[in-house]
Write a protein that binds this ligand. Structure first.
Ligand SMILES: Nc1ncnc2c1ncn2[C@@H]1O[C@H](COP(=O)(O)OP(=O)(O)O)[C@@H](O)[C@H]1O
Ligand SMILES: [Mg+2]
Length: 362
């Protein structure tokens, strides 16, 4: 039985997780069932299990049990993240919102009150874009918190090279423009990137608005100029690197892409082809025509076995534009026109990627 059989693909009714009734073939549910039944016994005999050669399988199950207990008490995931590193690497984004649920799926916790990302995944099921995004399984309520369960894209790869590229010339919502709240955390983030960036007023207040910070980040990076920025990279066998805030111009992007692709000529061309296909599908999608995409990323993955793929992720800021507005994702943004520069980013990325792929000789 496949995962698709276990989880209905589109389940518009919010599923309240009832662990005892879940299908025992799904790892997560299996572990939970076992832990409910055997609870403490598993913990007590944990050391015993580990002492037997070839018992790593059981070790893994105990580790998942620890996570489920932890999740049920305070819903933070550091224990989980520590113990499931074999199948999960997070490059960018908010810390502690992902929970690898099984060897092939992850749970992503909803941050805002609305269920925007869930609704986007639902709508994308019936759109041309559905093959460009992780497979969506269900939304789950667990101890008062909401998660979406989606395909873990890393399941296709072994110790992969991964790149997160944030698309768009605009990285904030139109609604965020009006938010005048002064934030100290964003001031601190700004001075970490450039101590000279705050103006006199901001220095006095030691705080700034989200809009000011987001525009600063766009200018610092290649977002404003090229419509995309490299948010983070992970090379095979290494830790992720998200210290790329100042990669700004085409030459710098070229060098980073070249070292990411690391002489893999075939993979480079395959990924370039995928980017072009994705662009065509975006252009022909009804959903794409009618929504602004803010903060979505291309997750680009390949491994040393020649497997490669690109998906679009992160729809927490994907919103329908008002009925009377038409966007083409390439025009310059002005307040009220909802343009996001998403396709400007795709166009520029494809151009540079092509050059890099062509420059790889063997
Ligand atoms: N479906 C997925 N499969 C594998 N990795 C993922 C998946 N979704 C997200 N990630 C990882 O998590 C990171 C952050 O994801 P994202 O959805 O952008 O979170 P946030 O909403 O916090 O920005 C990505 O850079 C990637 O490394
Ligand atoms: Mg993100």
């Amino acid at each position: 039985m496949s995962l698709g059989d276990i989880f209905p693909l589109v389940n518009p009714i919010l599923t309240k997780l009832n662990i005892q009734e879940q299908d025992s073939q799904h790892n997560l549910r299996t572990n939970q069932k076992k832990s409910q039944k055997n609870g403490l016994m598993i913990k007590k005999t944990f050391a015993k299990f580990c002492s037997f050669a070839g018992q790593m399988f059981l070790f893994k199950k105990s580790v998942n049990f620890v996570w489920m207990k932890r999740l049920s008490t305070d819903t933070t995931s550091p224990i989980l993240m520590k113990n499931n590193t074999d199948n999960w690497i997070q490059l960018a984004g908010h810390p502690e919102i992902f929970a690898p649920a099984s060897s092939v799926t992850v749970w992503k916790r909803r941050l805002a009150k609305d269920s925007n990302e869930y609704e986007t995944y639902l709508r994308l099921q019936n759109d041309k874009m559905h093959s460009l995004v992780p497979q969506f399984y269900q939304q789950i309520e667990y101890n008062g918190q909401y998660f979406i369960e989606i395909e873990n894209l890393l399941k296709h790869f072994h110790d992969p090279n991964i790149m997160d590229i944030k698309l768009g010339t605009r990285t904030f919502l139109e609604s965020e423009v009006k938010n005048q709240t002064l934030r100290t955390d964003l001031y601190n983030k700004m001075i970490l990137i450039d101590p000279n960036a705050p103006n006199t007023e901001e220095r006095k207040q030691k705080a700034l608005t989200k809009l000011r910070y987001m525009q600063f980040r766009e200018q610092q990076s290649s977002s404003a100029q090229l419509g995309f920025r490299i948010d983070a990279i992970r090379m095979s066998g290494e830790f992720p690197n998200s210290n790329l805030q100042k990669i700004q111009n085409k030459d710098q992007i070229y060098s980073v892409l070249k070292s990411f692709l690391n002489s893999h000529k075939e993979v480079s061309h395959a990924l370039c082809q995928r980017l072009k296909e994705m662009c065509k599908l975006f252009e022909s999608s009804i959903f794409f025509k009618t929504h602004e995409f803010i903060g979505s990323s291309l997750l680009i993955i390949y491994d040393e076995f020649g497997q490669s793929g690109i998906w679009l992720i992160d729809f927490s800021k994907t919103f329908a534009v008002p009925d009377h507005i038409q966007i083409n994702h390439r025009s310059k943004w002005q307040l009220g026109n909802y343009e996001d520069g998403f396709l400007t980013g795709m166009d520029n990325l494809i151009k540079i990627w092509n050059e890099v792929a062509d420059s790889i000789l063997h």
